[in-house]
Design a protein around this ligand. Structure first.
Ligand SMILES: Nc1ncnc2c1ncn2[C@@H]1O[C@H](COP(=O)(O)OP(=O)(O)OP(=O)(O)O)[C@@H](O)[C@H]1O
Length: 268
């Protein structure tokens, strides 16, 4: 075990080729509970990887170690050849990993455009609160970026509406737009279609596929039809351990996966 990797931007030099993000022996404990247990996973550069597994398998905890919310108890995380385990969340965003939140993560009284512009502006002014106060970035560039992102997620028609007045599916797409505004290399999406109507779900699936044309996407998704349909690769977690990782057809025919879901009782 290489031990904790907190703080180091040092390059390991042996990152697997083709993987934009990898973990080795990643373990996360909450007191006596082992939420992630010796997980070694590789996220390929490009395309869509789905993280699946029964309730409590450790999927969200895995995301939280990628974003810097949780420092690993043990093990190594590398993004783009650099160690990121224990690196501060804002620095991880700066390096190119961004999460689209399942919970509301915008200013409801601001318009869709203003929300995305604030996120886009961070790329020009830095990511700390003080940067917003001390820098006076050009207004045009962030606005142009925000307009482009809103068009990409299909919200250009409601750019001047306040976020609170948007329909549920539109608000979820606004969250995606806010994430895209920082031009991530890796976008993490936690249950991107949860609570959506069939129509909103279809639009979101199309959006995810579009984003994946130039950004690596990792999703946590409970809807197996969606997972099998859009994923290039699937990683299955069970009780904190990586059960298997492979193509949709490999995972679908893996008896251990079926057993884990039967034992775990599936999802709510
Ligand atoms: N901050 C925390 N403190 C203590 N325990 C936690 C914390 N976060 C997660 N856990 C525990 O870690 C385990 C894994 O939880 P996690 O949320 O990662 O699972 P999950 O696969 O995302 O589940 P679900 O599909 O239900 O969202 C669970 O037993 C959970 O109760």
């Amino acid at each position: 075990m290489s031990g904790n990797t907190i703080g180091g931007p040092e390059t390991d030099g042996d990152a697997p080729s083709g993987a934009i993000l990898s973990t080795e022996g990643l373990t996360k404990q909450f007191g006596p509970l082992t939420a992630l247990d010796d997980v070694s996973i590789e996220i390929p550069d490009g395309g869509i990887t789905a993280i699946i597994g029964p309730n409590g398998a450790g999927k969200t905890t895995l995301f939280n170690t990628f974003t810097g919310k949780h420092a690993p108890t043990e093990g190594r995380i590398e993004f783009d050849g650099q160690r990121i385990g224990g690196v501060e969340p804002y620095e991880i965003v700066r390096r190119g990993i961004v999460r689209s939140f399942q919970i509301t993560n915008f200013f409801s009284s601001l318009t869709a455009l203003e929300n995305v512009r604030l996120a886009a502006q961070a790329r020009y002014t830095g990511f700390g609160p003080a940067d917003f106060l001390t820098h006076h970035a050009s207004h045009e560039e962030p606005i142009a970026d925000a307009e482009r992102v809103l068009e990409r997620v299909g919200l250009d028609g409601v750019a001047t509406e306040t976020a609170s007045s948007l329909a549920y599916g539109q608000r979820r797409h606004l969250e995606v737009a806010i994430a895209l505004a920082s031009e991530p290399r890796l976008l993490l999406m936690d249950e991107p279609t949860a609570g959506m109507s069939p129509e909103e779900t279809n639009e979101t699936v199309e959006l995810i596929e579009d984003i994946a044309s130039d950004t690596t996407v990792v999703i946590i998704e409970h809807d197996m039809d969606i997972v099998m349909d859009i994923s290039d690769q699937i990683a299955v977690l069970n009780e904190g351990k990586l059960l298997t990782q492979g193509t949709p057809s490999e995972v679908q025919s893996d008896e251990r996966v079926q057993e884990a879901y039967l034992r775990g009782g599936g999802h709510e």
